[in-house]
Design a protein around this ligand. Sequence first.
Ligand SMILES: Cc1ncc(COP(=O)(O)O)c(C=O)c1O
Length: 362
Amino acid sequence: MQKIWEVGSEFDWKDELVAPSVPSQWFPENYQLFATGTSVLLSIHHHLRPNGERLRLHLPSFFCMHVANKLKNAFDLCWYRDLPTEPTPDFDTLQPSPGDLVLAVNIYGIRKADSWQEWLSKQDNIILIEDHSHDPFSSWARQSTAHYAMASLRKTLPIPDGAIIWSPQNLDLPQPSPNESFGAYQKLGAMLMKRIYINGINISKDAYRDLQVKGEENLSQEINASASSLTANILPYLNILELRQKREANIKLFISLIKNYDEVTPLFTSWHNNSVPFNTILLCNNQENRNDLRKFLISKNIFATVHWQQPKDGLSSNDPLAIDLSNRVLTIPSDSRYSNNDIYQIVEHIIYFYQSRKYVTI
Ligand SMILES: Cc1ncc(COP(=O)(O)O)c(C=O)c1O
């Protein structure tokens, strides 16, 4: 059987990722698990204002508009400037009133704790929520001083659903409902089918993609579902150390391979100790170039995504710098699923793309 070479998109299921050792020490002492990160954020609202009274939530101008759209149902949204090309947010643009909530995001997992911790130490009567979805186990996440910290775990861990919330300040946590999401089980089915597909057994790709999409649709409707039993039970046994080490090694290898090609620009080339970036992020010259590269990579079975596009029609932060970056970034999957050889192949394709368009002189 010929294995299928395919990079990116959702995780497939792999037994080897579950370590046969003691449950992991990576998690805080007290936490709650929800099906999705969005439902964690909505549940914080319900926890603080069970009568449904609206609250103001300050979001970074570089953020996922799909999530922001859902948050709009519970919160009045305000935006502060936070760009992934800068080491810290522009705190002058963040002016919360007493009682407001602020979401600090470790964008691409490359940020440090200190600027937010210093900012928080000067605030009175606001609630800081940190979003560690891009690196749930960074030193910032583990030394957080925020009121609440959360992460959508399914972005970086091979599980069908799951998001965590904990309170570094030991506040009461929102509780998920006892219901699990049907979407989680559709996603699990899709993960199993994807593995079969990648192993070269002739099942249709549409079949697992269809299940994936349906599962995601169902998950995105959830407002307070708990994480699936599978996620809750498997989570403490995931080999998080190995997953993180391989992800970091792959991103380092990627960056080292493109360093002599001026036209292939990584958004960042270094990060802090005990942080692992979300993925390799490329910054293209313009939107057309980014979209062409993305299309070319799809034709090579490399599914690169955009974190995050700000739609022309629809919700946007209206920050021109954030919008410009959102038009030019491309996330290249570099996580632990991929071997060194896979990374060489991905880089070869990217260089070929630029060479063939004479964007690069070798
Ligand atoms: C940074 C960040 N936070 C939160 C969320 C919400 O997570 P979920 O998709 O699990 O609802 C997302 C989803 O894209 C995200 O990228």
